[in-house]
Design a protein around this ligand. Structure first.
Ligand SMILES: Nc1ncnc2c1ncn2[C@@H]1O[C@H](COP(=O)(O)OP(=O)(O)OP(=O)(O)O)[C@@H](O)[C@H]1O
Ligand code: SF4
Ligand SMILES: [Mg+2]
Length: 374
């Protein structure tokens, strides 16, 4: 499904004309009142841009001749957080912990099993399919692999301009001009529009992916490991570009990564995820200065430190990551936690909070008292 949908803006709005959907409606309206376009409910400016409440995504596992559901993969289980306008919210964790599934479910590219997603205070899960399409123009995604995410048979101009064209927002010279502006916005020459993806390096391809995501002028972008396939020297350039775009365009990001150094560099707040659940959320400086959850400590001690003179205390995790098909009871981390207690095996850990608002530090762990249940 394409994320790129129309948005009547300035010059683009003027491009709408004969032969498009709206003019067909005008002809029909001679006998009937014009159909009402399904508009999303009015945004609430006081609300966070994005709010997840107890989001769940379980994938069915089917087996047998009749493909009956025999089990569920709990990819995302009761995940809650907010993202404010102009904020970069980092999401970190080991491979398979559910990061991508959070991003895809949040955008309703896949339907949640339970929980709620609010976009500007509006219950996104209650939107009709048409309202989702309308709202999703403000929510885009940048993918991990800059090689497979661009169609090798399309020119760069066709890739970036596809949504604008398909939805009748620009065509002909106006489309070319718009694509050129987008290419220059991400640091590439406007003349590249006639070239093909194989002519570009990984970093340039990721810039093209970013230009495509910007075409409809979104407010929010899910960046799913956008630099993990790139050389370290190129990573910094792409991260700086994302920061510049955020400053200039007022964007918010959900920034997914398994690399703590990258998240420390770009994020304002960070959530640490393990086996489908959040285990710790804090402002980035607070998390790196004062990590509390044993899993966060283990991730940090496994993280390469750029300065070799810095001595770090290492926490080495033992055991494999359990399967999300059958996560451990109590605290899902208890099978690997160096500080596990008896009650960790049976009782889910409480949520313990300190600080307030975006300065809040949340940790789900029995080491930190009874806390408050959500
Ligand atoms: N469509 C699907 N059907 C069944 N299981 C799925 C599907 N998509 C993801 N999963 C499972 O859900 C869990 C979470 O997957 P997800 O891709 O969200 O993890 P991730 O944290 O993004 O991992 P990575 O860092 O490797 O990208 C994994 O166990 C994965 O196998
Ligand atoms: S709840 Fe128990 S097992 Fe889980 S992280 Fe805390 S101490 Fe370790
Ligand atoms: Mg992923």
């Amino acid at each position: 499904m394409s994320l790129l949908l129309p948005r009547p803006l300035g010059e683009r709005a003027g491009v709408r004309g004969e032969g498009n959907e709206e003019s067909i409606m005008a002809t029909d309206s001679m006998t009937q009142p014009p159909p009402v376009r399904p508009q999303p409910p009015t945004p609430n400016p006081q609300s966070p841009l994005i709010e997840l409440r107890n989001l769940k995504k379980y994938f069915p596992v089917r087996s047998g001749v009749f493909s009956r559901v025999s089990a569920w993969v709990k990819a995302v289980d009761e995940v809650s957080f907010i993202i404010q306008p102009r904020e970069t919210f980092g999401l970190v964790g080991e491979s398979g912990c559910g990061k991508t599934t959070v991003g895809r479910t949040l955008l309703r590219l896949i339907e949640p099993t339970g929980g709620e997603v609010f976009f500007q205070g509006r219950d996104f899960c209650q939107f009709s399919a048409a309202q989702v399409r309308q709202a999703r123009q403000q929510m885009q995604m940048i993918f991990q692999d800059p090689y497979s995410s661009l169609n090798p048979r399309m020119t760069i101009g066709a890739i970036i301009g596809e949504a604008l064209k398909v939805h009748g927002l620009a065509r002909g010279e106006a489309l070319d001009r718009q694509v050129g502006v987008l290419l220059e916005r991400v640091g590439l020459a406007a003349t590249y529009r006639s070239r093909y993806p194989h002519e570009f390096s990984g970093g340039q391809r990721q810039r093209i992916g970013i230009a495509r995501a910007l075409a409809l002028e979104p407010q929010f972008i899910v960046c799913d490991e956008p630099v993990s396939a790139l050389d370290v020297s190129i990573q910094a350039q792409i991260l700086n570009l994302l920061q510049d775009l955020q400053n200039d365009l007022g964007l918010s990001y959900l920034f997914i990564s398994h690399d703590l150094n990258v998240v420390e560099y770009i994020a304002d707040r960070v959530a640490v995820m393990y086996l489908g659940k959040l285990v710790e959320v804090a402002p980035v400086d607070e998390l790196f200065r004062n990590p509390q959850h044993p899993y966060t400590l283990a991730l940090m001690s496994a993280n390469p430190v750029p300065d070799p003179t810095v001595q770090t205390q290492r926490t080495v995790l033992t055991g494999d990551v359990p399967s999300p098909l059958n996560p451990p009871s109590g605290c899902a981390f208890h099978t690997r936690c160096p500080q596990a207690m008896e009650r960790c095996k049976t009782t889910p850990p409480p949520l313990v909070r300190s600080g307030q608002g975006t300065a809040e530090h949340s940790v789900w762990c029995h080491l930190y008292g009874e806390g408050t249940d959500e």
